[in-house]
Design a protein around this ligand. Structure first.
Ligand code: NCC
Length: 277
C-alpha cells in the first residue's frame, strides 16, 4: 500500500510539475519585451547537465555539526536557498553551489545586497514571488509581494550571460494544489516554501535528488538557520508556508532508509526521468 501511495504521488508530480518559468510570451511580459530579456535557453536546457546526482541543502539550523559537507559536494549539482552562505560552514554544508533559489524578498530588500553580493554570482538563479492564487499575470506584475521585476531587469542587463529565471506562478500554485489534493487537512492558501519548490525543480533535471535537513534529523533544534543566531520553531514547522504538509508529503515518497533520515536528515527521491508511470 505504501509503495502504491509513493508511486501515485511521484507520478502526479511528474505529470503535472514540469518546470515552468516566465518566457516572455504572455501578457504583460510580451508587450514589455521580455522575450528578449529572459535567457535564450529555457532553464531545463540550461540545466541539462546531465546531472546523475543532486543535493538540495535546506537552511535549517539542524545541519550544524552534521559533517555532511563532503557528501553534499560529491553530488553533480547542489541547490541552495536565499542568503544561505557556505563560507565558514563548509564542513557541514559543503561549498559547491550550482543553483540558488531566491524568494522576492532577496531581490527587493536592500539589506540582501542582491546586486553586489557574491552569493548571487556565478550560479544559476531561480526567483519566485508569492503572486495571487490562479494568477492573473497583469495584476501580479503591477503589485508583486516584493518587487522582483525591477531587480530582475537590472540584473539581466548587467549580467546577460548569467542563467537567471523567474518561476511561473502556475508552477507554484499547481504544486500547492497537489499538496492539498494529497493532504487530509485543509492546507492554508499560502505558496509552498522555497525548499519544497527547489526539491521539485531538481526532480525535473536530476536522476536522483538527495535532500538534506528538510525532514528534521535527530539534530533537530529550534535554531532557525545554520548561519544565524535566531530561534523559532516555525522555521522548521511552518507558519506562513505549509511547511509541515510539504514535509509529510516528501516523507511519503522518500526511498532513504530510516537510519539515513534520522542520522543524516537525508531524504532521497528519484528524478522524473527515472519514474515510469
Ligand atoms: O528560511 P529560508 O526560507 O530561506 O529557508 C530555505 C528553505 O529551507 C527549509 N528550512 C529552513 C529552515 C528550517 N529551520 N527548516 C527548513 O526546513 C524550508 O524549506 C525553506 O523554504 C523561503 O522559503 O523562501 C524562506 O525564506 C525566508 C527569508 O525570506 C529568506 O531566508 C531571506 O531572508 C523566510 N523568512 C522570513 O520571511 C522571515 C521563510 O519564512 C521562508
Amino acid at each position: 500500500k505504501q509503495q502504491r501511495d509513493k508511486k501515485k504521488l511521484l507520478c502526479e508530480l511528474k505529470q503535472q510539475e514540469a518546470l515552468r518559468t516566465l518566457n516572455g510570451s504572455e501578457e504583460p511580459f510580451a508587450s514589455l519585451g521580455w522575450q528578449k530579456l529572459v535567457p535564450h535557453q529555457p532553464l531545463e536546457q540550461a540545466m541539462s547537465g546531465p546531472y546523475r546526482t543532486c543535493a538540495v541543502v535546506c537552511s535549517a539550523g539542524a545541519i550544524l555539526n552534521s559533517s555532511l559537507g563532503h557528501e553534499i559536494d560529491s553530488h553533480d549539482a547542489v541547490l541552495r536557498f536565499n542568503a544561505a552562505p557556505t563560507e565558514g560552514y563548509e564542513n557541514d554544508v559543503g561549498n559547491k553551489t550550482t543553483i540558488r533559489i531566491i524568494n522576492s524578498q532577496i531581490m527587493a530588500g536592500p539589506q540582501h545586497r542582491f546586486n553586489d553580493s557574491h552569493l548571487y554570482k556565478n550560479v544559476t538563479l531561480v526567483a519566485w514571488d508569492p503572486s495571487p492564487y490562479s494568477g492573473n499575470l497583469e495584476k501580479w506584475y503591477k503589485s508583486p509581494d516584493h518587487d522582483l521585476f525591477t531587480a530582475y531587469i537590472e540584473q539581466r542587463k548587467r549580467s546577460p550571460s548569467q542563467p537567471f529565471y523567474i518561476l511561473h506562478p502556475d508552477f507554484l500554485w499547481n504544486l500547492w494544489d497537489i499538496l492539498q489534493g494529497n493532504t487530509e487537512e485543509n492546507v492554508h492558501p499560502n505558496p509552498p516554501s522555497s525548499g519544497f519548490i527547489g526539491i521539485i525543480l531538481m526532480m525535473n533535471i536530476c536522476e536522483t535528488v538527495d535532500i538534506y535537513e528538510f525532514i528534521p534529523s535527530k539534530r533537530h533544534t529550534t535554531l532557525c538557520h545554520y548561519y544565524a543566531q535566531y530561534h523559532d520553531m516555525a522555521c522548521t514547522l511552518g507558519a506562513y508556508h505549509p511547511l509541515l504538509y510539504e514535509k509529510l508529503l516528501i516523507r511519503r515518497m522518500t526511498t532513504a532508509s530510516l537510519d539515513e533520515l534520522m542520522t543524516k536528515g537525508k531524504a532521497t527521491l528519484p528524478g522524473f526521468s527515472q519514474i515510469t508511470c
